[in-house]
Design a protein around this ligand. Structure first.
Ligand code: AMP
Length: 114
C-alpha cells in the first residue's frame, strides 16, 4: 500500500485533479470541495507535513508558494482581491498533512474567519 498522501498522489499523477499551475517546486489545483467560486490549493512538491515541521531550510520553498499564489490569482482574474489561508493542526481543521495554501476568491469574505 502506498504511504503517499492525497496531494503527493496528485503531484505524481496517480489521482486526477484540475491543475491550474505547476512548476518545479509546486503545483496548484482546484479544491474538490470549494468554499468560494475560486478555491485553489497551492502545494509544495517537497513534503512538509504541517507548519510546525517547517525549518529555516524550507524558507525558499514556502516563499515560492506565495509567488505562485500571486501568479494563480492573476491568471484566474482575482483583481478584486483574494484570501490565502494555511491550516495548521487539528484546531484549525487541517485534514491533509502536507503544507498547502488555500487561495480563495470570487466572493467577499468576512473577518474574523469561522
Ligand atoms: P486542510 O483542511 O487545510 O488540510 O485542507 C485540505 C483540503 O484538501 C480540503 O479543502 C479538501 O477539500 C481538499 N482535498 C482533499 N482531497 C482532495 C482532492 N483529491 N483534490 C482536491 N482537493 C482535495
Amino acid at each position: 500500500m502506498s504511504g503517499k498522501n492525497v496531494f503527493q498522489k496528485i503531484i505524481d499523477r496517480e489521482i486526477p485533479a484540475e491543475i491550474v499551475y505547476e512548476d518545479d517546486k509546486c503545483i496548484a489545483f482546484k479544491d474538490i470541495h470549494p468554499a468560494a467560486p475560486v478555491h485553489v490549493l497551492v502545494v509544495p512538491k517537497q513534503l512538509i507535513p504541517t507548519l510546525n515541521d517547517v525549518t529555516s531550510e524550507d524558507e525558499a520553498t514556502l516563499g515560492h508558494l506565495f509567488i505562485a499564489a500571486k501568479a494563480v490569482a492573476e491568471k484566474l482574474g482575482l483583481a478584486g482581491g483574494y484570501r490565502v489561508v494555511i491550516n495548521c493542526g487539528p484546531d484549525a481543521g487541517q485534514e491533509v498533512m502536507h503544507v498547502h495554501l488555500h487561495l480563495l476568491g470570487g466572493r467577499k469574505f468576512g473577518w474574523p474567519p469561522g
